[in-house]
Design a protein around this ligand. Structure first.
Ligand SMILES: Nc1ncnc2c1ncn2[C@@H]1O[C@H](COP(=O)(O)OP(=O)(O)O)[C@@H](O)[C@H]1O
Ligand SMILES: [Mg+2]
Length: 226
């Protein structure tokens, strides 16, 4: 279970004026649950995901995963946490252009244990199969469509069997068809892999597929649908 407790974050503008982005925000995400976060541009959605993924530190408050405080970890433990407990999917896939698709998917495995073993190879096979990109595994990102790259990014996010997948506008750069396809796959994998899923999105068709929808406004989350 993920618990976000009284999380606060402010930024200072160029003129030194303080802007509160997250204001004692609370959220609980149960194991296997899928949650959409919607809200206007600039409302702090990315800031919130970055905190959950320990890519940034809050000013105050806690993020607990299975009761364990994320921000009490040292740098080495944080790197492990990001690699093993969290899967990230961004709006742009961030695949490495010189590596083929399966090599990209296996990067978090190499980061974890230096070399790729048979179970990891097997898992990459299973994921590419489920995501419909198995035949493309020797291709490089430059040879793939946006949707195919994004499905590869989903496989990479899931390769280390994380507890939570964080997706920041994962369909934001895709056409309607690829977007719907990715949304369905994210949900299907969320159920099959029993990972929790937090998706930031502007797409109501994606948001409405999740168990719950929260709106981020004025630094707090409001439940709008469950
Ligand atoms: N590192 C930063 N320094 C200063 N301001 C930032 C920083 N990161 C984000 N912001 C500001 O915080 C607000 C929320 O940003 P963000 O979380 O990216 O919003 P969203 O993802 O909802 O569009 C924006 O006004 C943005 O300019
Ligand atoms: Mg954002």
């Amino acid at each position: 279970m993920l618990e976000i407790k009284s999380l606060s974050k402010s930024f200072y503008s160029g003129s030194g004026k303080k802007r509160v982005i997250l204001d004692e925000l609370n959220l609980t995400v149960n194991d296997g649950e899928s949650v959409a976060i919607v809200g206007p541009s600039g409302s702090g959605k990315t800031t919130l995901l970055n905190m959950v993924g320990a890519l940034d530190h809050p000013d105050a408050g806690e993020v607990l995963l299975d009761g364990e405080s994320v921000f009490s970890k040292n740098e080495k433990q944080l790197a492990e946490f990001r690699n093993q407990s969290i899967g990230f999917v961004f709006q742009l896939h961030h695949l490495l252009p010189q590596l083929n698709l399966v090599e990209n998917i296996l990067l978090p495995v190499i980061a974890r244990q230096k070399k790729v073993d048979d179970p990891s190879r097997q898992r990459a096979e299973t994921l590419t199969q489920k995501l419909g990109i198995r035949e493309l595994q020797n291709q490089k990102p430059g040879e793939l469509s946006g949707g195919e790259c994004q499905r590869t990014a989903v496989a990479r996010a899931l390769i280390n069997q994380p507890k939570i997948v964080l997706a920041d506008e994962p369909t934001g750069a895709l056409d309607q068809h690829s977007s719907d396809q990715l949304a369905d796959l994210l949900l299907q994998l969320n159920k099959e892999e029993k990972t929790s899923l937090i998706v930031v999105t502007h797409s109501m068709s994606l948001a409405s597929k999740m168990d719950k929808i929260y709106q981020l406004e004025n630094g707090k989350l409001q439940l709008v649908q469950s």
